[in-house]
Design a protein around this ligand. Structure first.
Ligand SMILES: [Zn+2]
Length: 432
C-alpha cells in the first residue's frame, strides 16, 4: 500500500512530472529570487536551455554558504504573508541557515512523511512517541505536524529527560518511536539500568530514526533491543526536513521522493554527475516547494542512487543509507575514512559496544588514527590476554576493511563522554 499515487508512476510519467515541475521552479527562482537570477546569468544559462532533466547539470550548485550569505530571508521566493513556519540551524559554526514554509510546503512535508509512516505500516490507530528535539530543529515538529495530519496520536516528548520518556513510553503504550539512533540506544541503556523489561514493558512495534549516519550493525542492534521494525528517515532542513527519503519493508535502501526532490549524485571534487550506482555526494533540486525552492543543493551527504525496481512496487529511486558527510570524511594518509565504516567493523565484534570515539592526530609527518572503544561490561572481568587478543582482532578487521593501520584502545564501559542528542564521534587534532 502506498500513501500517494506519485510513488508508483511509470518512468515516463515520473520524468514528465519532474521536467514540468523543474521548469516551473526554475522560472520561479529566476524571476523571484535575485540570487538565482544573478547566478544563472553569470553562468550564461538561459531558462530555455533547460529542455531535459539532464540539462539541469548546466546550472550551478547552491551551497550552505549561499543560504548564510543571504541570511535570513534572502533566498525565499514568496512574501512573508505566505510563510507559515520558519526553522533554522543552530548556527554554531557561523550564521544560521534559515528556511521558510508556505501552507503548500507544509502539505508536501506532511505528504512525504505520510509516505514514510505508511512504509512502516503506521495508521491512525497508533500512538507515536516523538523523541526528536522540538524547536528550531526540523526533527521534532516535522514528525509532529505530519503525524497530526494523519490523525496519529502523537506524544511530543522531545529529546532528553530519559527516565520520564521511559515512564511515558510504558504508561501511554506508544507503538511507534521516533528518535535519533544514538538516543534510541541511550534510552535502551537507561531502561535496562532502571530495571525495565524492554520486550514486556513497552508496546513498540516500529521506529523511525534519522539525523545521524548509522551503520547496519547499529540499526540491527536498535531493532533487536526494542523488538521493532527499523525505518530510516533521511532529510535536511534546506530541502524540507525529515521525509526526503525513507526505506520500505522490502529494502534497506531509502526511497527518495523524487517527484518532489530531484536527486543527482556528483563527484564531490569535480562536480561531475556520476552514473547510476556510483557513490558520491547527493545533490537535490526541489521541484514543488514555494517558500524556499532550491536548485542543485549540495547536501554534503555521501550515498549512491539506484533505480532498480523495488519489490514493494514503488517506482521512486532509492539511495543508500548515508555513508558519511563529504565534510566529515577523514583523509588518513591519503585514504578516505568514514566513521560509518569503522562502526560497521565494530558491529561485527563480540566483546565491545558501539560506543566509540575516533581520534585523528599527527605522528611526525604522518596521520595516525586511534579508536577508543568501550568494552561490554562482561569483558571487564576477563584476563589481560583475552583483551589483547580482542584488540588485535579488531585492529586486523579494521586494516582489512579500511586499508589503514588503526591504534585500538579498549576502555571501560561508560567511560567515553555521552551525548543525549547527536553523537560526537570524531576528534580531529591535526592542524587544518
Ligand atoms: Zn520499496
Amino acid at each position: 500500500m502506498t500513501f500517494s499515487k506519485n510513488e508508483s508512476l511509470c518512468k515516463q510519467e515520473l520524468q514528465s512530472w519532474q521536467l514540468t515541475h523543474l521548469q516551473e521552479t526554475l522560472e520561479r527562482v529566476y524571476y523571484l529570487v535575485p540570487f538565482y537570477k544573478k547566478k544563472f546569468d553569470d553562468a550564461g544559462v538561459l531558462l530555455k536551455d533547460i529542455k531535459s532533466l539532464k540539462d539541469l547539470s548546466k546550472l550551478p550548485f547552491t551551497k550552505k554558504q549561499d543560504l548564510r550569505d543571504n541570511y535570513p530571508f534572502g533566498m525565499f521566493s514568496v512574501d512573508m504573508d505566505q510563510i507559515v513556519r520558519i526553522h533554522s540551524s543552530s548556527g554554531t559554526t557561523g550564521k544560521p541557515t534559515v528556511v521558510g514554509y508556505t501552507e503548500h510546503d507544509m502539505s508536501i512535508w506532511a505528504e512525504v512523511m505520510g509516505r514514510a509512516f505508511t512504509m512502516g505500516g503506521v495508521t491512525c490507530q497508533d500512538i507515536m512517541q516523538n523523541s526528536h528535539g522540538y524547536g528550531l530543529f526540523t526533527g521534532g515538529l516535522g514528525f509532529h505536524s505530519a503525524a497530526e495530519r494523519m490523525k496519529i496520536a502523537v506524544i511530543p516528548s522531545s529529546t532528553g529527560f530519559t527516565s520520564r520518556q521511559l515512564l511515558l513510553l510504558k504508561d501511554f503504550g506508544a507503538t511507534v518511536l521516533t528518535a535519533t539512533p544514538s538516543f534510541a540506544l541511550h534510552m535502551a541503556e537507561v531502561a535496562k539500568n532502571e530495571g525495565y523489561d524492554i520486550q514486556k514493558d513497552f508496546k513498540l512495534k516500529v521506529g523511525f530514526f534519522g539525523a545521524e549516519p548509522t551503520s547496519d550493525g547499529m540499526k540491527k542492534e536498535i531493532a533487536s533491543i526494542w523488538g521493532i521494525d527499523y525505518h530510516e528517515v533521511y532529510g535536511l532542513s534546506e530541502i524540507i526536513g525529515p521525509g526526503v527519503a525513507c526505506n520500505c519493508k522490502h529494502s534497506n535502501l531509502l526511497h527518495i521522493h523524487e517527484d518532489h526532490f530531484y536527486p543527482e549524485i556528483i563527484d564531490p571534487k569535480t562536480g561531475e554527475v556520476l552514473p547510476e550506482g556510483e557513490r558520491g555526494e547527493l545533490v537535490i533540486t526541489t521541484l514543488t516547494k514555494q517558500g524556499l525552492p532550491i536548485i542543485r543543493y549540495r547536501t554534503g551527504d555521501i550515498t549512491s542512487l539506484t533505480r532498480i525496481p523495488c519489490k514493494c512496487g514503488r517506482t521512486l529511486g532509492r539511495i543508500e543509507s548515508i555513508v558519511g558527510r563529504s565534510d566529515d570524511m577523514l583523509l588518513i594518509n591519503g585514504v578516505n575514512v568514514f566513521p560509518s565504516q569503522i562502526e560497521h567493523v565494530l558491529s561485527k565484534q563480540d566483546g565491545v559496544t558501539l560506543n566509540y570515539q575516533i581520534i585523528a592526530d599527527k605522528k611526525g609527518y604522518l596521520d595516525k588514527l586511534e579508536i577508543d572503544i568501550e568494552l561490554n561490561p562482561e569483558m571487564m572481568s576477563d584476563d589481560i590476554g583475552d583483551l589483547d587478543r580482542l584488540k588485535k582482532t579488531i585492529q586486523h578487521a579494521l586494516l582489512n576493511h579500511l586499508y589503514i593501520n588503526v591504534d585500538v584502545k579498549l576502555v571501560a564501559p561508560k567511560s567515553l563522554t555521552r551525548s543525549e542528542g547527536k553523537a560526537i564521534r570524531v576528534i580531529d587534532k591535526r592542524q587544518k
